[in-house]
Design a protein around this ligand. Sequence first.
Ligand code: ADP
Ligand code: MG
Ligand code: MG
Length: 211
Amino acid sequence: INSINSGQCKEMILYIADKIIESEPYLTEIDSKIGDGDHGTGMKRGFSAVKKELPAYMPKDPEDVLKETGTILLDSMGGASGVLFGTVFISGITKRRSKGTLNLNDFAEIFRTSLTSLKQRGKASVGDKTMVDAYEPAVIALEKAVQEGKTLVHGFSEAAKAAQDGVQYTKTVKARFGRAKYFGGKAIGLQDAGATSIWIIFRSMSEWISK
Ligand code: ADP
Ligand code: MG
Ligand code: MG
């Protein structure tokens, strides 16, 4: 496939939800080593709410599916990371006029806009050991695939790989945000939980699109 409609967007989000819920113990373990250990349960709570509420939602267009997903996450997760993950899904679609489907270029534009909002809101840049370390390279990979005229499948596969590399990169840097900041040099060798969630989200989108 080269573009996805509202129904497919919904299915893809529900696929992400299953994968995040499955990853709860892994995310908990990561956030326990370097944070307060609540990231897995927070993400699970958010995506369980998505699984419960999204199926009955009647979207106008695929952008509306993303907006509703972010709204559910924001309402159910609470806290700083609820706002941050809500932003990932909501902020890219405000001010867009939908064509009724999303292609690789649309996804690249949407996620670039939401990355910009996330960075404005959270004040983190690449190298601060946050979700931005996985998200920014994923967006760049989507944009590169657009420029090279690649398929949707290829673009998301590259984005998932870039996010995974971003997670590995978080092991090499100290944190400037959240509780991990107080770990100083002891954070070296440990990966960031939020970046790991971003990787799982992109990997899941890639898996769903290539099936
Ligand atoms: P909390 O830190 O409130 O316990 P979570 O454990 O759910 O929330 O999420 C922590 C993750 O949030 C971190 O691993 C990091 O990726 C992300 N994060 C924290 N602060 C910021 C920020 N200012 N900008 C971007 N991401 C951030
Ligand atoms: Mg935490
Ligand atoms: Mg917390």
